[in-house]
Design a protein around this ligand. Sequence first.
Ligand SMILES: [Zn+2]
Ligand SMILES: [Zn+2]
Length: 247
Amino acid sequence: MGQGTTKHSLDKGMKLYQEENFAGAISEWSNALKRSSLLLHSGRLNDAMDMCELSMKEAMRVGDRPVQGKCLFTFAEIHRKRKDYERSYPRYESAYSIFVEMGDRMNQLEVLHGMAKTMASLKDFQQALELSEKAAGLALDIGNKFGYLESKTRMVDLYRMLGNDENSRFSDAEVTTVANELELFCGVCGEQIGLIPEGLDPLPCGHLIHSRCVPHLARYTWGRKGRRRPCPSCRARSSGNPLSDRA
Ligand SMILES: [Zn+2]
Ligand SMILES: [Zn+2]
């Protein structure tokens, strides 16, 4: 499943790159990286790396800091997927300082997740835990419950690795609370969200659906005449009486 989508994102990224939409290209490639099965695609990963290098050069030439930050983040993710943690970590750090400089806390959060995963892979569980705690705090600050959930889920394992079973259980209880609050079920396919890493998209109402389910949403609920209809979860709850267009 993820394979076709990943290839699609990489191809779309190349097309946007050729159209000189560098930010769009980087965003597509970042999405591709988030999807699963990338290790099976080392050939395409090399292509993504080459294209990202070109984008980075261009971003530096025009002084586009946001694209530079995203490029560095993408490089860091590629290196991490290749288990080249020595190259990965400093690129996360550079990306992080750019996002701090820009006040872009959403992307700071993404970078912290990557850094924490890198440290966990290097078996530096204490450092991974500190990074996850920082990520959880930031996620809470910006009201990103999903980011909070991701951090706390990682902390359950990290505390256990460090032999702190009490804190592990405490984090686990928090994960359960937040997952219930978030109604973590995709309104399109009905499957639970967050069991495996995969792309998610937020709807204007705040409900999350799988990125792979977006085409189906477009078909069934985007509506005729281009009018945006409420999401499947909201519609199910209000039994056909939509809480009208809030978007
Ligand atoms: Zn779904
Ligand atoms: Zn909704």
